[in-house]
Design a protein. Structure first.
Length: 249
């Protein structure tokens, strides 16, 4: 199969099997991952439009759009507004990412990923309570303030939420732990964005983060563990009960 032309994607011969209508975006993404890692596409190649992919795969454009958004989060493609979607790197660059993606594709693995994330977040919080610098505690507080200021702006809230957790993991003083959490966070980010979309959801998440922060500031390890356990329990429940994909366009 020829590589995608960056100038004329309409001439591409897509060797993709159609998927059943109504299948989740993960099924679409699996097809795209197989295509993108076949080794025949040059880095920077442009993919077909959402419309073409939708027609060739036999699914709605909403499923294609969500699949591409997830692939962008994982660094496999780059979406350039007004231009198209492009392959970021060669096959060798994609292999480590697609191994992680394989975990994400299986919907029945979501709960397992959440269990691992909860355990690692708890460990990171405990270590941060023991090792975080005063400067890191102050910065965590700033992200908490930003969360409170963006309760009515879900996207901005999620950004502050993610930055809070990233800094907390770094404050643990364990870079391997922080990197593992970052990978898990990337794999779950699609579901997180889908669930934190209302004032009720952002307020609940804010109060959970504030409890974690207050315990961290007090260097109270047992309280930190309890607060993070409670946060992970409710956050995981929000993700597990994520709404289905919107109706196909």
């Amino acid at each position: 199969m020829p590589a995608f032309s960056p100038d004329d994607p309409l001439n591409i011969r897509l060797e993709l099997e159609s998927v059943p209508v109504g299948s989740p975006a993960s099924v679409v993404a699996r097809q795209l991952v197989s295509l993108l890692t076949a080794g025949e596409l040059a880095p920077g190649s442009r993919l077909p439009s959402e419309r073409i992919l939708s027609e060739r795969l036999g699914v709605g454009r909403s499923a294609v759009r969500e699949a591409l958004a997830a692939l962008e989060i994982l660094g496999i493609v780059q979406i350039r507004p007004g231009s198209g979607t492009y392959l970021r790197g060669g096959t060798s660059d994609l292999l480590p990412t697609t191994l992680s993606w394989g975990l994400m594709l299986a919907s029945n693995r979501t709960r397992e990923l959440l269990e691992i994330r909860s355990s690692l977040e708890r460990t990171a919080a405990i270590l941060a309570a023991q090792r975080a610098t005063d400067e890191q505690i102050t910065e965590l507080g700033e992200y908490l303030v930003r969360q409170e200021a963006t309760l009515d702006d879900p996207q901005a809230f999620i950004d502050a939420d993610v930055r809070f957790h990233v800094l907390l993991a770094r404050a643990s003083g364990n870079d391997v732990l922080a990197d593992l959490l970052q990978s898990l966070r990337s794999m779950l980010s699609v579901w997180v964005a889908r669930r934190v979309q209302t004032r009720q959801a952002t307020e609940a998440a804010f109060h959970e983060h504030r409890a974690v922060f207050e315990a961290l500031r007090a260097r109270d390890v047992p309280a930190v563990q309890r607060a993070m356990d409670e946060h992970m329990a409710t956050a995981s429940a929000r993700i597990e009960h994520a709404e289905p994909l919107p109706a196909d366009e």
